[in-house]
Write a protein that binds this ligand. Structure first.
Ligand code: SAJ
Length: 434
């Protein structure tokens, strides 16, 4: 029996790979979704999404039931390969490219010549060129830039969708494609036109890599500015939220929002890839990372200070995910904050609340926390309530229930909804920024 040749094989069925695979399948392409995790393969083949992401369930289950999306643990033959595996931070702030190397090794034996290989994973500058070189080492019979039947086209097309809005942004965002060759970039453009209604912009591979890193670095540097302002305002005894609101009335000013730190696997990571590549010219980028990474420790100091006279106090921590209305706890500043609270307040009871998260991440179970708690019960029991994530559920908390308690609102959601913040017992500076 002839081997099936898929239109597209997506390697890595995570937050990016699975919606990409499902989107192509929904447009009628025959798509293989490949993942090393058997539980993910099984879930997708049942039409299920193994994480929380709005609007994704219906697309995945539809594609699977039509027979257009099939998940599997090994790489099949395909006309186009899309690699969407993690590229996390390694020791020393470079990228850990081991998953990428494994993906390349898995797909190399399947190449027949003429295929398109797309790297979607966020990658340090030069990665796509090295990927091409790696492919040639594995398959010296192929070429990257000599036209002919043995040519394989390697491009970088970074994903740029926002968790929580992936299904919308995958279609509407503009897309950058950087090819090792012009022809490769054109081929990839034709492929992505199937799912992308935004503009598709072509460039070289290294510029495409840097485009993605720069987008997230721009955001990180701007959030660092807001976070630094929150510390300055705490020191000056003024309300950072009010200050930012007033400054943002200027037509060319748009200060972002301070918070408990910057989480997620993108913004807290990507700037380091630039620092790692050109350390002698990235002082500002490095400092911004350090400002954002120091913010969770500042929030912990505020909590410890506010409970100085209450040993054995109960602390309700609202929000574990790295941002509002998702369940993703990767690089979440909340996890760091809770770990530090447990360490620095050994006599206290810490009650963690997150309606989107099903179980405590390993890092918190390891410090002895038992599980997650109901919001109303935790708040009722608490001496100190810390708001770390602006989930919708927390916006609607009855503020009467905070009366007489210490409150640290790192997202500034409660004082905006509460004209009389004096009803809350707020530790110095804590009400305004956290
Ligand atoms: N944050 C603040 N203040 C703000 C905005 C965000 O403290 O004013 C914090 C959030 O609470 C969170 C972190 O920053 O902890 C990151 O959240 P985010 O919503 O800014 O971004 P991500 O990490 O969910 O997604 C980003 C997006 N990049 C940009 O907006 C430039 C997304 O488009 C990328 O695809 C994604 O990174 C990625 O995968 O790289």
């Amino acid at each position: 029996m002839d081997e099936t040749i898929f239109d597209v094989a997506v390697i890595g069925l995570g937050y990016i790979g699975l919606p990409t695979a499902a989107s192509f399948a929904a447009k009628g392409k025959l798509v293989a979704g490949v993942d090393v995790k058997q539980s993910t393969v099984d879930a997708v083949n049942r039409g299920e999404v193994p994480f929380v992401e709005p609007d994704m369930g219906v697309v995945v289950s539809g594609a699977v039931s039509l027979g257009n999306l099939v998940a599997m643990a090994t790489v099949p033959a395909a006309d186009a390969y899309i690699i969407a595996v993690p590229t996390p931070l390694a020791e020393g702030n470079g990228a850990d490219l081991s998953y990428l190397r494994s993906a390349v090794e898995a797909l190399a034996p399947k190449l027949r010549g003429g295929e398109l290989v797309v790297l979607e994973s966020t990658s340090p500058p030069g990665t796509t060129e090295r990927l091409g070189a790696h492919l040639l080492e594995l398959r010296p019979d192929l070429t990257l830039d000599t036209p002919g039947p043995n040519q394989v086209h390697v491009v970088h097309s970074p994903e740029r969708v926002l968790p929580g809005r992936i299904m919308i942004e995958m279609v509407t965002n503009d897309r950058v494609i950087g090819g090792l060759t012009e022809e490769g970039a054109q081929l990839a453009k034709r492929l992505y036109e199937v799912i992308c209604q935004g503009e598709i912009l072509l460039t070289d591979a290294t510029t495409a890599e840097m485009t993605k890193l720069v987008e997230n670095t721009f955001r990180d540097v701007n959030i660092a500015f807001a976070n630094e302002l929150s510390l300055i305002c705490d020191n000056l005894g003024i309300d950072v939220w009010k200050l930012i609101e007033l400054a943002n009335h200027h037509p060319r000013v748009n200060v972002l929002r301070p918070g408990p730190g910057v989480g997620g696997h993108c913004i807290a990571v990507d700037p380091w890839f630039i620092v790692d590549a050109v350390p002698e010219h990235s002082g500002l980028i490095r400092t911004a990372r350090e400002v954002n990474d120091s913010k969770p420790h500042h929030v912990v100091r505020q909590a410890v200070q506010s409970l100085a006279d209450q040993p054995g106090a109960t602390v309700a921590v609202l929000g574990l995910a790295f941002k509002a209305n998702i369940d993703d706890v990767r690089e979440s500043p909340s996890v760091t904050i809770v770990q530090e609270l447990v360490r620095q307040l050994p006599e206290s009871t810490i009650l963690v609340v997150d309606p989107n998260v099903e179980e405590l991440p390993a890092g918190l179970a390891a410090v002895g926390l038992a599980g997650l708690h109901d919001m109303e019960e935790a708040v009722a029991a608490a001496d100190l309530v810390m708001l770390l994530v602006d989930h919708d559920e927390f916006l609607t908390l009855d503020l009467q229930s905070l009366e007489g308690k210490n409150v640290i609102d790192t997202k500034g959601i409660w004082n905006q909804h509460e004209p009389d913040a004096s009803r809350l017992h707020l530790p110095a500076g804590a009400s305004v920024s956290g």
